[in-house]
Design a protein around this ligand. Structure first.
Ligand code: FAS
Ligand code: PHB
Length: 403
């Protein structure tokens, strides 16, 4: 019979992805106690290759959390990106179109590493490889999280549970039927991603819509590239050797665009499905969902990680108001405040994905209409400005300003 012991804290955070780790860091800096519970090992979490582009809002949050140093030292500030569509190639000058705003190319893996190291340096309570995690009594003022760890049953008595456990986590799954409404769109294709220690094709990102499918040329540094190809949902990794990947990339972009392409062995290769998903509301009693636990965007608009960051900002502010100001306003308005920003990012990500990808059901006229829209957007000041202001990210306070 495993021994059991009980811990008392203010906030139990389930999930040590960027949302959970960033929340833990912001709460720590506000003097609010939190215990972090993660089902995988730290190395496993760090081994997941995901997002690559940070909005200014996210960069500011990492600075506020005291973990922005390496990002500023090693990250790449990008003031634009290229769009390619058949014979058309156009640079979207983000800085000129948004009054100087830029984005930071700095991998989610590095963000996670910086947050993990900060948490470990502060000696904050973190349970990796927690098994059979259960959340209990979150519809009361005394919620609990129970899990198995190192042969012990651990019970965490808390005031709040932060469900930062991603799309497949346990927190959203425990919300009673009928208490939540979900909205979902699954796209009829996936992204085959490859990471290679090769010089990026271009100094900025390239988003390409081609007759053979979407291509994204991204990067992690001047010597590490990240590429994505749209692939059918039925494709599996064993169908894609490195050589097949590079050949397809050349076929899609053409010899001119690939003249300076440097290929090399993949150090990571994966296929990710694409979906738009939102769960409403994002709060249930003392349970608050943040990040992928509450919403998923297709990665085309580079919003997933950035939305997780803005949720966490709102949640950390709400919990500070509760503990430090004795106010319930923040926790009561958390869900509405997040969802306004979430749906705007969902809309942009859906629009950008639909515009840039070839859908199996598309008729010829659909592709002609998409080309015409791209042709308009890339040659219209208004169209470019709309694309740019969504890509760099909406300000945190727009939801309050009634904009
Ligand atoms: P995460 O999923 O990152 O973290 C959740 C954590 O909870 C995980 O560590 C998980 O192990 C843990 N967990 C799950 N169940 C648990 C349980 N029962 N108990 C305890 N812990 C539990 N976004 C982009 O912007 N660009 C991209 O290119 C991009 N690519 C992606 C590729 C893939 C395959 C995926 C899945 C997502 C991608 N995303 C991308 C989105 C991604 O970056 C997320 O938005 C980001 O990881 C969100 O962070 P979290 O909300 O912390 O969720
Ligand atoms: C990435 O580098 O992983 C990346 C960059 C931009 C996107 C999506 C993914 O829109």
């Amino acid at each position: 019979m495993p021994q059991s012991h009980t811990i008392r804290t203010q906030v139990a955070i389930v999930g040590a992805g960027p949302a959970g780790l960033l929340l833990g860091q912001l709460l720590h800096r506000a003097g609010i106690d939190a215990v972090l519970i993660e089902r995988q090992s730290a190395d496993y979490v760090l081994g997941r290759i995901r997002a690559g582009v940070l909005e200014q809002v996210t960069m500011d949050l990492l600075d506020e959390a005291g973990v922005g140093q390496r990002m500023h030292a090693e990250g790449l500030v990008h003031s634009g990106f290229d769009m390619v569509c058949e014979g058309l190639r156009k640079r979207v000058d983000l800085a000129a179109l948004t009054g100087g705003k830029t984005v930071m190319v700095y991998g989610q893996t590095e963000v996670t590493r910086d947050l993990m190291e900060a948490r470990q340096s502060a000696g904050l309570p973190t349970y990796y490889e927690a098994q059979s995690v259960q959340i209990q009594d979150f519809d009361t003022a005394h919620p609990r999280v129970v899990f198995e760890h190192g042969g012990h049953t651990v019970g965490v008595e808390c005031d709040f549970i932060a469900g930062c456990d991603g799309f497949h986590g346990v927190c959203r799954a425990n919300v009673p039927q009928g208490a939540m409404q979900t909205f979902e769109k699954v796209y009829p294709f996936g992204w085959l991603g490859i990471l290679s220690d090769t010089q990026p094709l271009h100094h900025e990102l390239i988003y390409a819509s081609t007759v053979r499918g979407f291509v994204l040329c991204s990067q992690r540094s001047h010597t590490r590239s990240r590429y994505y190809l749209q692939v059918p949902l039925t494709d599996t990794l064993d169908q894609w050797s490195d050589e097949a990947f590079w050949d397809e990339l050349r076929l899609r972009l053409g010899p001119q665009q690939c003249a300076s392409l440097v290929t090399g062995p993949s150090i990571e290769k994966s296929i990710a499905p694409l979906r738009s998903f939102v769960a409403e509301p994002m709060r249930f009693g003392r349970l608050f969902l943040a990040g992928d636990a509450a919403h998923i965007v297709p990665p085309t608009g580079a919003k997933g990680l950035n939305l997780a960051a803005s949720d966490v900002k709102y949640l950390s502010q709400a919990l500070r108001d509760f503990y430090l100001e004795r106010s319930n306003a923040g926790v009561d308005h958390y869900s509405d405040r997040c969802l306004r920003r979430v749906w705007r990012a969902e809309r942009f990500s859906w629009w950008f994905t639909t515009l840039m990808h070839r859908f199996p059901a598309d008729a010829t006229i659909d592709n002609k209409l998409k080309y015409a829209e791209l042709d308009y957007v890339l040659h219209s000041e208004a169209g470019l400005r709309s694309l740019a202001e969504n890509y760099v990210g909406l300000p945190l306070d727009f939801a309050q300003a009634g904009a």
